[in-house]
Design a protein around this ligand. Sequence first.
Ligand code: C5P
Length: 241
Amino acid sequence: MTSTLKNPIFCALDTTDLERARALVKAVSAHVGGFKIGTEFFGAYGPDGVCDVVGDAAFFLDLKFHDIPNTVAGAVRAGCALRPTMMDVHAAGGLAMMAAARDAAAEESEKLGVTRPWIIAVTVLTSLDQANLDSIGVQGKVEDQVLRLAALAKKAGLDGIVCSPQEIGRIRNELGPDFKLVVPGVRPSGTATGDQKRTMTPPDAFDLGADVLVIGRPITAAPDSAAAAKAIAESLNARAA
Ligand code: C5P
């Protein structure tokens, strides 16, 4: 499986420090395929901050929309103006909500004359374990719920899902080669796992079929972020060669 992106590494800019975000982008741009902007940065600096920091780079607008279909469609339309490579919604919002997000992305991108962003779904947050799912009334195993929501996302016409490295194999098997798998929880060997519990190295996750590797602290918390990003990119190139 090969990614459709030239460089599958998307560096997570999890910070509320604008100068730090700018410095990181400058340092690692040559070694990554794009960036991931989440609610932390977006909450602090909004759309203007996103444009300021990412410039022309590819980016994943990770705001995890979860609301009624009409509202999510509006949020997706607003997001399209920033020209992200991808945006996400919660699959638990249901089929109609995901379909509304997909349609809004297609219509708005056409209206703006920009490339349509991938709309991908978050299935079960990796911070939730079996006991957490039980407590919110979801029956069955976590991995079955992940599969159920991933299949629903595909049925709604979404481009793919966010999933943990451990889920790549089964989802790729069941949902086919064209469904995009965006994968956080990736750790080069020898780096700290932090709060990520189920990690995998970048080459292993890529070989299993990940399309995008979302990598934060192994790059952003490294003493030399540019060197860390370069080493990860080289580990992927070495694998592909
Ligand atoms: O620093 P680290 O490499 O763990 O960053 C991973 C990024 O991916 C963070 O922005 C985190 O919020 C995000 N993420 C995750 N697990 C998910 C979904 C998103 O780690 N299931």
